[in-house]
Design a protein around this ligand. Structure first.
Ligand SMILES: Cc1ncc(C[n+]2csc(CCOP(=O)(O)OP(=O)(O)O)c2C)c(N)n1
Length: 699
């Protein structure tokens, strides 16, 4: 197994170390104090270990945060983000001191928890505890998978470590066991986790809740474990990190006995240091106790800054060295080098979707999960960056790529992943793989168990990650397993995640089109919702709109015989589209002209122009929706001119009243929206129906 050389550094003298560590500590203290919001305790206790890593060994280039072979660092304990922002500022990322002074304010680059894409150098959005650790497992998987694919003898072009800083909360969450087990099983030797073992959570001492032997637990997962008793002992922590890097066969956990709120005379080692500003007086006492100038706040001693900023030259040297190695690699393996650039840039090959299958009625009845499986095999062959699997349900979810092996310690080039029955970790690992870049990750389970992976799915949507979910057994139509396995509220639940595209295809041909959307959508996750039961195949000769209609989310599959104004529109999704078609025939026999609108994706449909949606769903035509799932949410489409003041994007970091105002929750906006609906009703007065019973969130 390849090992990565540590970046050569010269240790600073202890006094300079201390100055640098205190710089981080007090930047964090001042950020939280100025915002009067945030978590000072973890940064104060963990500054030394973060410094030991960032100063002595982390391979990164502040001037090119996206350099592909950088080490990854994830602050899984995202509530301690003031520490991360301080590190990014002092080491020279594009994060000026002014941004630190705007911690947690509207529009700043220093939001209340780290947000991927908002702050240069932040590798993952964290905050929901445990997720970052599992993201790290996904990143370490991506590293070895890409290494297995691209590295050649004498050409180690993928060769970096993944570091994660975790807190008690991260390790208490069940996902840490799921992900820890995967990492140990897969022998991810280049994953190194620093644990801020400070014995404190919000409610008090960990003695209240968390008394198992954490080291033994991770050792049992197959990890290499070390303990450092002195939280400020930079040399010992640096040595433990070095030991961890030298341990190439097992992931490493380094528990450092840190002290929450270190240095605060009244709050150190107490829960009071966890989640609120120290207070002006306590800040003063802490600074005095540690011989730090009380004012000005946000003090960065020149000597410390100069020391930290050596990271720029060091990072540049490391990147230049890698680039020259990459050049040599490209000379010997031109095709492979071009392919590496392509997958890292998330480009698709030109002809990736040429000649995809067109199914005929003679191929049916076919479960859409089976059609999806056929697509995975075809696309998986064309796109070697596709990598994924299932939470122990591959025979049901049809998620394997035939002809490629299993991803396992003996063969990291294998692309069929066995996540085990660990949906939450599966979702977060997929996120880590996508965040790393170079892969199109996918994962499958039954739709009902999407509930178990909702937290990482939400983060995938928030981070616009190209992750694909394959959810089968999509309704009560799956039958015998009964209500524990029959999804009802999952569809609306997934649709309500801002940025998530849910696609529930009606047959094999819509499944082909849905997969085309999924692969083509590089900026955000897609959930494919598929049947267990066989469905007739819709004839493309009779329904030629399928390939162009599916990407629009909803389209006219079958119109009223006159092609004019229908008497009623039947909207259906997935397996119920066939019911709608049958209903249309029967209605026609009775002289009622029905239009069938197949709506595989309400999310995509909602994104179309008003004109298009009006054309598909004319305002004055009644609508019947047929979907084997919760009716909640459809009102936004079927209700007569409903306006909703709701939230269909993610929130933002700023004081609460500011956020509410920016999101339209003001009396002024209530009046504006009310007038908008009233004006609309005036225009459409003859067709205005009764007022809505409920006002569900918009799509
Ligand atoms: C999944 C999840 N549940 C709850 C929280 C709220 N929360 C934030 S920090 C924290 C625990 C704090 O303890 P610890 O992880 O030891 O951090 P420290 O006190 O050392 O800062 C909790 C419960 C969260 N962020 N994520």
């Amino acid at each position: 197994m390849p090992t990565s050389a540590a970046v050569a550094t010269i240790a600073a003298p202890p006094a300079l170390d201390e100055l640098c560590i205190n710089t981080l500590r007090f930047l964090a203290v001042d950020m939280v104090q100025k915002a009067n919001s945030g978590h000072p305790g973890l940064p104060m206790g963990s500054s030394a270990m973060a410094y030991a890593l960032w100063d002595r060994s982390l391979k990164f280039n502040p001037r090119d945060p996206r350099w592909p072979d950088r080490d990854r660092f994830i602050l899984s304990a995202g509530h301690g983000c003031a520490l991360l922002y301080a590190l990014l500022h002092v080491t020279g990322f594009d994060l000026p001191l002014e941004e630190l002074k705007k911690f947690r304010q509207w529009g700043s680059r220093t939001p209340g928890h780290p947000e991927y894409g908002k702050t240069p150098g932040v590798e993952a959005t964290t905050g929901p505890l445990g997720q970052g650790l599992a993201n790290g497992v996904g990143m370490a998987i991506a590293e070895v998978a890409l290494g297995a694919r691209f590295n050649r003898p004498n050409h180690q072009i993928v060769d970096h470590f993944t570091y994660v800083l975790v807190s008690d909360g991260d390790l208490e969450e069940g996902i840490s066991s799921e992900a820890g087990s995967v990492a140990g099983h897969q022998h991810l030797g280049k994953l190194i986790v620093l644990y801020a073992d400070n014995h404190i959570t919000i409610e008090g001492s960990t003695e209240l809740t968390f008394t198992e032997d954490r080291m033994a637990r991770f050792a049992a997962f197959g990890w290499h474990v070390q303990r450092v008793e002195q939280s400020n002992d930079v040399e010992t922590i640096a040595q433990a990190l070095e030991n961890a890097r030298n341990e190439t066969d097992r992931p490493s956990l380094i528990a450092v006995r840190t002290h929450i709120g270190f240095g605060s005379p009244h709050k150190q080692d107490t829960a009071a240091a966890h989640g609120e500003a120290l207070g002006v007086e306590e800040v003063r006492l802490t600074k005095e106790a540690m011989d730090w100038p009380v004012s000005p706040s946000f003090h960065v001693p020149e000597e410390a800054l100069q020391h930290f900023r050596r990271a720029i030259a060091r990072g540049n040297d490391a990147q230049v060295e890698w680039e020259s190695r990459f050049k040599a690699f490209a000379q010997e393996h031109a095709g492979l080098a071009a392919e590496f650039d392509r997958v890292i840039d998330r480009d698709l090959p030109n002809d990736w979707d040429m000649g995809l299958p067109a199914f005929t009625p003679a191929d049916g009845p076919m479960d859409t999960r089976v059609a999806s499986g056929k697509m995975i095999e075809i696309l998986g062959t064309r796109l070697p960056e596709m990598m994924g699997g299932s939470a122990d349900l591959a025979p049901s979810t049809h998620t394997n790529i035939d002809g490629t092996g299993n991803f396992e310690p003996e063969d990291w080039a294998g692309r069929n992943m066995h996540f085990g029955i660990r949906e939450n970790a599966m979702g977060a690992i997929l996120n880590g793989m996508a965040l790393h870049s170079g892969l199109i990750p996918y994962g499958g389970t039954f739709l009902i168990f999407s509930d178990y992976m909702r937290p990482p799915m939400r983060l995938a949507a928030m981070n616009a990650l190209p992750v694909i979910y394959i959810f089968t057994h999509d309704s009560i139509g799956m039958g015998e397993d009964g209500p524990t396995h029959q999804p009802v509220e999952q569809l609306i639940g997934l649709r309500s995640i801002p940025g998530m595209v849910v696609l529930r295809p009606a047959d094999a041909n819509e499944t082909v089109a849905a997969w085309r959307v999924a692969i083509g959508r590089m900026q955000g996750p897609v959930a494919l919702v598929l049947t267990r039961q066989g469905l007739p195949v819709l004839d493309l000769n009779s329904y030629p709109a399928i390939p162009t209609g599916v990407p629009l989310g909803g389209y006219i599959l079958a119109d009223s015989p006159t092609n004019g104004r229908p008497d009623i529109v039947l909207i259906a999704t997935g397996s119920e589209v066939h019911l709608a078609l049958e209903g249309r025939e029967r209605l026609a026999a009775g002289g009622v002209h029905a239009r069938v609108v197949s709506m595989p994706s309400t999310n995509l449909f909602a994104a179309q122009s008003d004109d298009y949606r009006e054309r598909i769903l004319p305002a004055d035509v009644p609508i019947l929706v047929i979907e084997a799932g919760s009716p909640v949410g459809w009102q936004s489409f079927v209700g007569p001119r409903i306006a909703v003041i709701g939230i269909d994007t993610f929130g933002s970091s700023a004081p609460g009243p500011v956020v509410m105002e920016h999101y339209g929750f003001t009396a002024e906006n209530v009046c504006r929206q009310a007038h908008r609906v009233l004006d609309l009703l005036k225009e459409k007065a003859p067709c205005a129906l009764e007022s809505p019973q409920t006002m569900e969130g918009s799509f």
